[in-house]
Design a protein around this ligand. Sequence first.
Ligand code: ASP
Ligand code: MG
Length: 420
Amino acid sequence: MKVFKFGGASVKDATSIKNVADILKQYQGEEITIVVSAMGKTTSRLHAVVDAYFHQTGEAADLLSEVSAFHYDVAKELFADEQHPIFSTLSDTLIEIEWVIEDPVQDSYDYIYDQIVSMGEFLSTRIVAAWLQASQISCTWLDVRDVIATDNTYRAAQVDMPLTIKRAKQVIPPLLKSGFVLTQGFVGGTSENFTTTLGLEGSDYTGALLAHSLDAKELRVWKDVPGILTADPKRFDDAILLPELRYREAVEMTYYGAKVIHPKTIKPLADKDIPLVVCSFKEPSAEGTIIKRNAKDVTSPIKVVAPNQIVISISTGQLDYISEQHISHVFTLLFEHRLKVNMSHHTAVSLTICLDDTSAVKSFLELVEADYIVKYKQDLTLMTIRHCSDELAVQAREQHNPLLEKRTETTYQLVYSSNE
Ligand code: ASP
Ligand code: MG
């Protein structure tokens, strides 16, 4: 039993969907559960529908028609026969959103978001499943809400693992007897049958949850990059592919802002020693990167660059100590705003933290400014270098002239102005 995950870029148009089918043909006869994301930019386009509806701008219906037209066009390119059942299936799926946006706004933003945005995954999986069937690849379409059980924290739903495992074991193995099982990433369901989502880019996490639940042999994530590289090749031309990596190293990379895999993906896999393979749908026979427990040590430096950072320095008064009580207060506020500290440092009189500069930071700042003396600087970049040699640290320091830095045995972090 294996789990495959195909992200939005791998199913962004008809040609890409055909490519996915070609890849899957090579695996016919194996027991594989396939998790698919929404096509291309659908998630953010549906997000725009939610905004327009929630704020009643009058544009929601038009924005939704664009999303519909896009999916119908892809389906028309794949299925010449206008009577093909996919067209009524798509219209049944879309009608659910049409009904929502016709009604006056009654529910919370996050609840509405999940009901509407999750439809991206329902549309994509319907089209991909129909294309696989038309290509003589047997597969069963599965509604993931029957398996992934969550609470009702809309947009960041927490998974009920024992119930999810129980349902996955009940539902999926019998279906695998007659071919692949294909389902939605990113989406879950509450005990009252409401739809939830697991956080942006959450389909990797869905793959990991299913792999864990089914004791899969591997989770294979198909991406538009050859695997995990030592740095973003768009920023560093010396970036190289890492053939293998320990779970721990992958967790550290995503913690510092590497975007290759969703941060929550590793834990459910590591718990059961299930390897994660990151490989390319553009080059399906290349090996990619394997993330597992006993991988070889990484010796080359790994660079993770996180732009759009803010550094905030907090003190109580010019010469007053900043005490544990203050620090604990500030961190409680950070927790309540769901803010993650990328780097921190404190001296006798001040606490300095570096965060992703999001809208939540604004409301956090308003609160700390009421009780402390606060200074901050925006438009900063945080670079984290793992396995950083002394020589490389000196080089990076000279190049970036950091305003904040931190060095441990394995890691060097520096924060510098993005406008240099
Ligand atoms: N479609 C969702 C998103 O774009 C989930 C995913 O792609 O992993 O965030
Ligand atoms: Mg996506």
